[in-house]
Design a binder for this molecule. Structure first.
Ligand code: ADE
Length: 251
């Protein structure tokens, strides 16, 4: 996958992509990441990238010309086509399903918004989708772009060492992950659940699944609607979420 990132702060991308999984994915040729400075695509003497909003109001707005020129130039650098994404709190919220869809693309162009926003013509005529990483406002789209890249790249086949680590992790089946333990079997008097030491793989699997359902019900009951549960698991989930979130009268 070729990932092109357009930003006013390319330096911010030093570091996160030079470590660990991302670094290995680049070295293995599974991904290529390029970062471009939007300011390099301005034509005026002052390299202006923002301007006052028409109609007044506070804050500055990113001008359309540098964004169109930068994006069009960068898109032309690669043969393959893919989504052109604007990172903004107004976008669809990133989730594991969306990350999985994006991981199938051959190409990804990510535009980091800044200031009070971008000229609306960028939304209407340049980008193909808008992504938010959550209902809070950050100072720019750079951290969100890094989050998107991380969530997407680790789903590209071959990037993670063991396929199993993807299959059983949080959100993959619409549930949170079960509790994990490692040695020692007892730490400061706190023992590891006995079932995990039993060697009975069938029972361990059952326990883990049950823990995933319980944990999701207790912490994120909003996820249950889309989760694929058996009738028994759904009954367990309903009881657990009712206990975790007693209604007003009970509190
Ligand atoms: N830019 C600022 N806040 C953001 C958010 N929550 N998601 C995506 N882009 C953003």
């Amino acid at each position: 996958m070729r990932i092109d990132i357009l930003t006013l702060f390319p330096e911010m991308f030093r570091g996160p992509f030079d470590e660990s999984i991302m670094k290995r994915a680049v070295e293995a040729g599974l991904i290529e990441i390029n970062v471009y400075n939007i300011r390099d695509y301005t034509n005026d003497r002052h390299h202006t990238v923002d301007d006052y909003p028409y109609g007044g109001g506070h804050g500055m707005v990113m001008k359309p010309e540098p964004l169109f020129e930068a994006t069009e130039a960068v898109v032309a650098l690669g043969e393959r086509r893919g989504p052109i994404v604007l990172l903004t709190p107004q976008g669809r919220t990133l989730d594991q399903t969306m990350a999985g869809e994006l991981a199938k693309e051959q190409r990804l162009v990510l535009i980091c918004g800044h200031y009070e926003g971008v000229d609306e013509r960028v939304r209407e005529h340049l980008i193909t989708q808008e992504i938010s990483i959550g209902d809070y406002v950050l100072s720019g789209g750079e951290l969100p772009a890094m989050v998107v890249v991380d969530a997407v790249v680790r789903l590209i086949p071959g990037v993670l060492g063991s396929a199993d680590s993807l299959v059983e992790e949080s959100h993959t089946e619409g549930l949170l992950e079960y509790p994990q333990y490692t040695r020692p079997a007892e730490f400061r008097g706190w023992p590891v659940p006995g079932i995990l030491l039993s060697g009975n793989h069938q029972e361990v699997k059952r326990w883990r699944r049950q823990q995933s359902v319980l944990r999701t019900a207790q912490r994120r009951s909003d996820l249950l609607a889309k989760a694929d549960l058996t009738d028994e698991e759904r009954r367990l989930a309903i009881t657990a979420s009712a206990e975790a979130q007693p209604d007003e009268e009970d509190t």
